[in-house]
Design a protein around this ligand. Structure first.
Ligand code: NAI
Ligand code: MG
Length: 356
């Protein structure tokens, strides 16, 4: 007899539509888990902007320690129109990514069934963006002098290390190898003359030494952005710096249909620490509280989480369930339908029963 498997997952719904998409996702994950012989021990964390207003901090001082022994983290979104984004982002999400060395951010994009992509040629696109997730342009190095005067001066440094660039390139190259595809590397070595030639060099060396058969295409980021719109099926795996990967993944999600469907996995591939799974979208203040949020980004992120936990059948069943609901014509408003978050999520629960 196999023992019953239980995973400890921290749920951080966060702000805005975060709780609106995390709550139905938990229900769907519980359903799929019960049908596949395991269970999730959810640890609810009410961290975010409300907590910041009450206590002056997005999370408790020992928050990171509290997450450290879990098997994973499911996050909604953080951000509040009345609090600056630096406070919310750097008070919660970025410390989690860095403390747990979640150095790759995997962001898949496909056109789901029944979804009308923004670009007709996107049907059949199957892209994974591997974004560097702990350094690069998102750096604390720099400063601001002579504030408010006409001599004001600002310096924002980008930080690239050989070890980290190489390990991100390694992850992306082995993914491209497994997919039998070329590796596309986003660069800007014509304009950014120190970090980007370095990026190109390290990526090239990793591919040459560890994946000698793999085709590597280094493409300038501006041209790559245009290419994703004009020929969305022309790339399978893209490796990109923190900033470039962030921008490209919103672009790819929009090309494929909606930012509301895009998932994101912040991984520590060596599994020394918990990894974090979240939708790509933010808190969507313009639709909050109206039962309009598309829960697919969060559901798909949860499916990536199940994959990471080794629960492949359950992951496929969850992905299959929301795909089937879309294929049957039930869609939220961002996808041109009229289903509410609640209606869509209930349909996914039912579809899970059919799948399993
Ligand atoms: P956003 O993703 O929240 O919204 C952009 C547009 O997409 C809005 O029109 C919104 O209604 C729509 N949208 C987003 N998610 C949707 C969903 N699930 N269903 C239907 N429509 C959806 O991005 P925005 O407006 O740039 O940022 C709002 C706040 O969210 C900011 O405070 C920002 O810092 C924060 N943010 C947080 C992120 C995170 O927690 N990882 C990521 C991105 C933004
Ligand atoms: Mg983004």
């Amino acid at each position: 007899m196999t023992s019953h498997r239980t995973y400890v997952i921290d749920a951080i719904p966060g702000d805005g539509i975060g709780p609106e998409v995390v709550e139905p996702t938990i229900a769907c994950v519980d359903r799929v888990a019960s049908l596949h012989g395991f269970s999730i021990d959810w640890r609810a964390r009410d961290w975010g902007s409300d907590r910041y207003r009450r206590t002056g901090a997005m999370m408790p001082v020992d928050g990171l320690d509290a997450l450290a022994d879990g098997d994973g983290i499911l996050l909604g979104a953080v951000g509040d129109p009345d609090i600056d984004d630096v406070t919310t982002l750097w008070g919660l999400l970025i410390p989690i990514r860095r403390t747990f060395d979640q150095y790759v951010n995997v962001r898949p994009t496909t056109v789901l069934p029944g979804v009308q992509p923004a670009v007709a040629d996107a049907v059949g696109m199957d892209l994974v963006i591997v974004r560097e997730n702990v350094e690069g342009e998102y750096s604390e190095a720099g400063g601001r002098l002579h504030r408010g005067t006409e001599h004001e001066l600002v310096i924002q440094e980008a930080v690239f290390t050989r070890r980290n660039t190489a390990r991100v390139a390694r992850y992306a190259a082995s993914l491209a190898d497994r997919r039998g595809a070329a590796l596309v590397s986003a660069t800007k070595s014509n304009g950014i003359i120190h970090s980007m030639p370095f990026w190109d060099e390290v990526v090239r060396d990793v591919v040459r030494e560890e994946h000698p058969g793999l085709v590597l295409e280094s493409v300038l980021i501006d041209a790559l952005a245009a290419r994703l719109v004009l020929k969305p099926r022309s790339a399978s795996v893209i490796v990109a710096s923190n900033l470039f990967g962030d921008i490209l993944s919103d672009l790819a999600a929009a090309v494929a249909g909606s930012i509301g469907i895009a998932p994101s996995a912040n991984l520590d591939p060596e599994r020394r620490h918990p990894s974090l799974f979240e939708p790509v979208h933010g808190t969507a203040p313009d639709i909050v509280g109206r039962d309009l949020a598309n829960p697919i980004g969060c559901l798909w992120a949860a499916s990536l989480m199940l994959e990471h936990l080794g629960e492949h059948a359950a992951a496929a069943s969850l992905h299959g369930a929301f795909s089937d609901v879309l294929a049957a014509g039930t869609r939220t408003r961002d996808l041109g339908g009229d289903a509410s978050t609640t209606t869509f999520s209930r349909a996914v629960l039912d579809a899970i029963d059919v799948q399993s």
